[in-house]
Design a protein. Structure first.
Length: 386
């Protein structure tokens, strides 16, 4: 009877950890009438910056717009090249295209799935202006190695840390180690504002310009004009964007940020259980975490080995029939039509193999022991013991 009950479980790939505190959080903003970018956004920016150990936080509508903004403030534009791993959600590379620059794809480390520093210099040309490393699936990249290459060649570094808030790198928080770092607050991430992003940086000039560009290039923010005791007529000196987070979102973000460490603790406990039990199943490898990093486990990524008796799509289909949602690991962006139609013809064998053989299984802070047991037992039944 227990088995029959479990077979009826529906286990999503992820679920945001939102509660009554998050539901109540926007009340003051709504009651005040200040629902667009205002005092709550400013408070959230300061809180995130303080948490990661950066001087500035600049909130945006998403990580994608944050990446675009970070590249734009760094002066990246037409004729420039930015080196980025292909093994990433396509938004990373797309942000480069938004500036008019060219995305030059590089390889990943086969164990971490993060940017391979040894491959970066091979991709450089006289047009290279920046490197965009990715903290893939919540594991911090070897940012010191990337910073050393960037310093040697006079390049900017924009770290795409979409799933990595709360992650440690050599005892330092991700968000304080690159010239600019960009986080995501999409519902699939550890904490969420519904949609939203954040740039963190120690660079005063970049932060100031980012704040202007996210609001149409406005010389003075709405909040500053609202607080002023005199009339201020704003100016628009360059083309900007509408990338402003709302106070409603920021109020939720402040609650979520206060819960971040606890949510990470729970995720890591669940990942530890997966690690211990899934490594005994034939044909799969659990995630590798290098000694210099921790892991947020925004997603839990399995690699299917040659011993796996099912191909990935068959395994995913069988799990779906059991009520378990899965996703392919990570796309190879250079193989998507967006880039092949632009003449991208690269061979990246490590990336392509990882794209074929990785798979995400459910992991989220509110996941019950019963749900996790059902995922583990289902994989064991489908693939057998090692």
């Amino acid at each position: 009877m227990a088995t029959e009950t479990r077979k009826k479980l529906n286990v999503p790939i992820t679920k945001p950890a939102l509660g009554e505190a998050e539901a109540r959080a926007p009340f003051d903003s709504i009651k005040s009438g200040w629902v667009t970018q205002g005092p709550k956004v400013a408070e959230f920016e300061k809180a995130v910056a303080a948490y990661v150990g950066a001087k500035h936080g600049v909130a945006t509508t998403s990580c994608t717009t944050g990446l675009h903004l970070a590249l734009a403030t760094a002066g990246i534009g037409p004729g420039d090249e930015v080196i980025v791993p292909s093994f990433t959600f396509i938004a990373s590379a797309n942000a480069i295209l938004y500036t008019g620059a060219t995305a030059v794809f590089c390889e990943i480390d086969p164990r971490t799935f993060n940017i391979d520093p040894n491959d970066v210099e091979k991709r450089m040309t006289k047009k290279t202006k920046a490197i965009m490393p990715i903290d893939q699936i919540g594991l911090g990249c070897d940012i010191d190695a990337i910073n050393a290459i960037a310093k040697k060649h006079g390049l900017d570094v924009v770290e795409d840390a979409a799933p990595a808030i709360g992650e440690d790198y050599k005892g330092r928080k991700v968000g304080s180690n690159a010239h600019q770092t960009v986080f995501s607050f999409h519902p699939r991430k550890v904490i969420t504002t519904g949609e939203g992003g954040m740039i963190t940086t120690d660079d005063d000039a970049l932060a100031d310009r980012a704040r202007k560009l996210r609001a149409h290039g406005m010389s003075v923010s709405d909040l500053e004009r609202h607080k002023a005791d005199r009339v201020i007529i704003e100016e628009y000196n360059e083309l900007g964007f509408n990338y402003r987070m709302t106070d409603i979102q920021a109020s939720i973000g402040l609650v979520q940020l206060s819960r971040l460490d606890e949510l990470l603790r729970i995720r890591r406990e669940k990942a530890k259980r997966y690690n211990e039990e899934l490594r005994e199943i034939r044909g799969i490898e659990v995630p590798y975490v290098p000694p210099y990093a921790s892991h947020t486990y925004q997603s839990y990524c399995l690699r299917l080995t040659k011993e796996c008796r099912l191909d990935r799509e068959d395994l995913m289909t069988n799990l779906l029939r059991r009520g378990i949602a899965t996703r392919r690991g990570v796309m190879a962006s250079h193989l998507e039509k967006t880039y092949t139609s632009r003449g991208v013809k690269q061979s990246l064998p490590v990336t392509e193999e990882a794209t074929r053989t990785t798979m995400l299984i459910p992991l989220y802070a509110t996941m019950t022991d019963e749900e996790q047991s059902w995922v583990i037992e289902s994989l064991r039944e489908e693939l057998g013991p090692r």
